[in-house]
Ligand binder design. Structure first.
Ligand SMILES: [Fe+2]
Length: 322
């Protein structure tokens, strides 16, 4: 990855002011599959992890040695954690140009953070989901992800949000494209290499995974596609047709990281798109999700982050949802 030659801030190149393709998702919202399934609390299957891949990534394999050395010397790390970045034309009153400008304002500020911070600035961006609105369409990745972050010179990891996994289709019984197909292509590739659109694809082992960075590990979970009704990471005792792999994954990752947390070597954060607990009137919390996370933490005997408060501190989690 190229590094900025110095810490002199440079203004990102001009943002696009029109989508390359129509980003409205109209055909998807009106499709038989979506209209049949949207109000039935129907979750989508969770793609299996890549065969043979470890469940965690090491940040040191993705950043320049100079940045790693500076981070270790400083004894601290900073990073971006942002979700719901996808831009789309969201109402008749909002033009595409407005949607693009709003996303670009945030993305450009993040680029400035990296450029001005240099080796003491943010080391990575952990995306909290809803990369592309409204159905995670592959053909919208350029407009909503690659173009806005074209000058973000740090690795970008991501967990999917509900919009990234939503499905549509011309029949009512099967989606036209498997859920998360574009997310898998862009973030869970078996090998690095150019995406169809711009920066290299990411090589996460699954849509749920852990990022091990100096001083912090982020355990990312995938909370499925429900818009209202909250996030779901398991079958919740058989209520949903899902395997319980993420419960095993979360418990085992907490156990793996426990020794280094116990000696104060790293903090542990859980990242999940839907809020486990929320008083927001629009989306609300996710009681089942919170119980699942609590159950895994109880089994592992470790709570994110400060297990000094064990056995029952408030949950520390990164989340976002729209
Ligand atoms: Fe969302």
């Amino acid at each position: 990855m190229p590094q900025a030659a110095d810490c002199t801030p440079t203004k990102p190149s001009p943002d696009e002011n029109a989508f390359q393709v129509n980003n409205t998702s109209d055909a998807y919202y009106n499709s038989p599959y979506y209209t049949m399934h949207k109000n039935q609390n129907q979750v989508q299957p969770i793609p299996q992890p890549r065969m043979g891949a470890l469940p965690y990534l090491e940040l040191s394999n993705f950043i320049p040695q100079g940045l790693l050395d500076s981070t270790n010397a400083a004894g601290r790390i900073s990073f971006h954690a942002v979700g719901d970045t996808g831009a789309a034309k969201v109402s008749p009153r909002q033009t595409a140009a407005t949607a693009i400008a709003q996303e670009a304002a945030v993305a450009d500020a993040m680029v400035q953070d990296v450029q001005t911070g240099g080796d003491n600035g943010p080391s990575f961006f952990f995306h909290l989901g809803d990369v592309v609105y409204n159905f995670g369409e592959a053909q919208y990745y350029y407009d909503q992800f690659y173009e806005p972050y074209r000058e973000y010179d740090r690795p970008i990891f991501a967990i999917p949000g509900n919009h990234d996994g939503m499905a549509y289709g011309s029949s009512s019984s099967a989606p036209q494209v498997p859920t998360l197909a574009a997310f898998l292509a862009n973030f869970c590739s078996a090998a690095p290499g150019p995406s169809p659109d711009a920066r290299s694809v990411m090589t996460q082992p699954a849509v749920y995974f852990t990022l091990d960075a100096p001083y912090v590990s982020i355990i990312g979970l995938y909370s499925n596609v429900l818009d209202t009704g909250g996030g779901i990471i398991s079958s919740q005792g058989g209520h949903f047709p899902l395997v319980d792999d993420q419960l095993t994954f979360l418990t085992e990752e907490l156990q793996r990281l426990k020794p280094e947390r116990r000696v104060g070597k790293r903090a542990i954060l859980i990242a999940v798109h839907h809020p486990p607990l929320s008083v927001d009137a629009k989306t609300g919390g996710s009681g089942g999700l919170m119980q699942d996370i609590d159950s895994c933490c109880n089994k592992a005997g470790l709570w994110p982050d400060s297990d000094a408060l064990w056995p029952r501190p408030p949950l520390s989690a990164l989340h976002t949802h729209c």
